[in-house]
Design a protein around this ligand. Structure first.
Ligand SMILES: CC(C)(COP(=O)(O)OP(=O)(O)OC[C@H]1O[C@@H](n2cnc3c(N)ncnc32)[C@H](O)[C@@H]1OP(=O)(O)O)[C@@H](O)C(=O)NCCC(=O)NCCS
Length: 120
């Protein structure tokens, strides 16, 4: 929407990052079957292509690594052409999330989940 667009007519990088963080956090909670996941790291993020008003952005991901209390996700945003349905990568990065307890300390992700993704 126009409120998300900067003076050059492109989507603000910070807005895109917020979308990626929200999508990735939601998915981290789903993968780890726990709502208490916090972002500890966002890797280098390159804004490869501009996003313009009215364009559709789809966000995809893949589990890249599973530690004791952390999970690392590759997250990619793609611009989808409404007419041709072709998608083009506009931005991608790696997010790391940590499971925390009610005091904010890191705690292990359930063992069965770690085993499932252990070979990532
Ligand atoms: C996430 C947090 C609890 C980790 O605390 P910590 O003292 O570093 O905890 P630990 O040393 O026990 O590390 C916990 C995990 O985080 C990982 N981690 C910590 N710092 C990291 C970094 N800079 N990059 C990647 N992973 C990191 C560790 O590798 C470890 O993973 P593992 O258990 O899978 O091996 C703490 O850094 C924090 O509260 N950060 C703020 C989170 C936040 O507010 N995010 C924004 C809003 S969601």
């Amino acid at each position: 929407m126009t409120k998300d667009i900067g003076v050059h007519g492109n989507l603000f990088g910070g807005i895109m990052l917020a979308w990626l963080d929200e999508a990735a956090a939601t998915w981290a909670c789903s993968v780890c079957q726990n709502p208490n996941m916090v972002t500890v790291k966002i890797d280098e993020t390159v804004f490869e292509k501009p996003v313009k008003t009215g364009e559709q952005v789809n966000i995809y991901g893949e589990v890249k690594g599973m530690g004791t209390s952390s999970v690392t996700l590759y997250i990619e945003a793609r611009n989808k052409n409404f007419y041709t349905h072709k998608e083009e990568t506009v931005c991608s990065t790696l997010f790391t999330f940590v499971r925390i307890d009610d005091k904010g300390n890191a705690i292990p992700i359930e063992e069965s989940i770690r085993k499932r993704y252990g070979s990532c």
